[in-house]
Design a protein around this ligand. Structure first.
Ligand SMILES: *Cc1c(COP(=O)(O)O)cnc(C)c1O
Length: 231
């Protein structure tokens, strides 16, 4: 199996190729390495190869790795489902949260974000193609939450995230990403430009970049297939 460094290099090349193909500005697409189910050693390997942003989906597992990697120059992103009783761990340990689905989660994260830390960066997760995508707010609900942000001084709303159902063709993959970008363009204000579009994974990275992704969340293509049975 190729090394993490080799895979990371190949993902960077894919991002650069798509950035040029779709005439996006150089450097306008950030890479989030999704390290869920992966041991801290894998994260260290990617870190050694220059990767700084890591995404986690399971809070207990993430907290263990954050502790093991304390002092390393890592930006931690929470991208998983948010359970009510887990908001404090998220507020205290992460730099970003991509998966906000409720107003209550904003309120709790705002109240629980420690004073000594900078504002917590958040994205609203939007269910863009109704039935199909996994989780998220409808476009109307997302608009309501954007309007509430002034009540949450400890949070910084950065943009929108989506996790569409998988599809096979580039055209089909582009559709939900295009809808997310259009929603962002409607909701953005001078105070909240919503510059972050968190969209695209290992299998639909090109489609996401074509439609304006500012951050792609890549797991398998960097770390290899996940084995959930290994625990
Ligand atoms: C697991 C996961 C990813 C990464 O998926 P890959 O197909 O392994 O690249 C991206 N985003 C979210 C929200 C995830 O849960």
């Amino acid at each position: 199996m190729p090394s993490i460094m080799t895979r990371l290099e190949s993902v960077r090349n894919q991002i650069q190729t798509a950035t040029e193909k779709y005439r996006r500005p150089a450097g306008s697409v950030q890479l989030l390495a999704v390290s869920k189910t992966r041991p801290a050693e894998d994260i260290l390997q990617a870190l050694t190869a220059g990767q700084r942003r890591f995404g986690e989906s399971y809070i207990q597992e993430a907290l263990e790795k954050i502790e093991q990697l304390k002092g390393q120059p890592i930006e931690w992103h929470y991208i998983g489902r948010i359970q009510g009783n887990k908001t404090r761990s998220i507020a205290e340990n992460f730099d970003w949260v991509h998966s906000i689905e409720k107003s209550k989660q904003l309120r709790r994260l705002n109240d629980q974000r420690p004073e000594h830390l900078p504002r917590l960066n958040v994205c609203l997760q939007v269910k863009i193609d109704d039935e199909e995508s996994k989780g998220g707010l409808g476009p109307e609900q997302a608009a309501e939450l954007v309007a509430q942000m002034a009540s949450y001084p400890r949070l910084h709303l950065r943009g929108l995230m989506t996790l569409p159902a998988p599809s096979d063709t580039l055209e089909a993959q582009r559709r939900p990403f295009r809808l997310l970008r259009e929603l962002r363009d409607r909701l953005a204000t001078p105070e909240l430009p919503l510059e972050t579009l968190s969209m695209g994974m290992s299998n639909d990275l090109e489609a996401a970049i074509a439609e304006g992704a500012s951050l792609v969340r890549i797991g398998t293509a960097i770390f290899g297939p996940r084995d959930y049975s290994a625990g």
